[in-house]
Design a protein around this ligand. Structure first.
Ligand code: SF4
Length: 143
């Protein structure tokens, strides 16, 4: 800011810092967009940053957990250690998620698998499974 130089305001690192340092930061903030992720809930418990992911049901608990772990790892890349909360309001259920070495290994291996698929000339043949009905890519696979 000295010499009238200001950082790019749309930079996700700066946006996260701004959100976490605002004076009015008292209650949960909802729907925060940072780079390529959308955080449902962001708050501070004392000095601990907490990000929450809200789901309708715990049916796909494992994938929800991995999604939240990915967010935690992206936020850590931005210099902030946070903990995660997976929330299922209809079931009155909450699961704490942290970046344990096991989860980090799973994330790494999922990312490697994704990279392999992305580098293929054509996508693997679609196979109907129990997730297809509610999958956002349904039309691409089965239209
Ligand atoms: S609809 Fe979704 S879950 Fe089903 S095969 Fe396609 S991408 Fe996979």
């Amino acid at each position: 800011m000295a010499r009238q130089l200001e950082p790019a305001q749309e930079n996700p690192f700066i946006e996260l810092g701004r959100l976490l340092s605002e004076e009015s930061y008292k209650r949960d903030r909802k729907e925060i967009r940072l780079d390529n992720i959308v955080i449902d809930i962001l708050r501070k418990d004392d000095e601990q940053v907490v990000i929450g992911e809200v789901k309708k049901s715990s049916r796909f608990e494992k994938s929800a957990m991995m999604q939240l772990a990915f967010y935690l790892s992206r936020i850590r890349d931005m210099g902030v250690e946070a903990k995660g909360e997976l929330l299922f309001p209809k079931e009155r259920k909450r699961i704490d998620v942290t970046l344990s070495p096991e989860i980090e290994n799973e994330l790494k291996s999922a990312e490697e698998d994704i990279r392999k698929i992305v580098s293929c000339e054509s996508p693997p043949e679609a196979r109907k499974n129990r997730y297809c009905k509610s999958c956002g890519y349904n039309e691409f696979c089965w239209a």
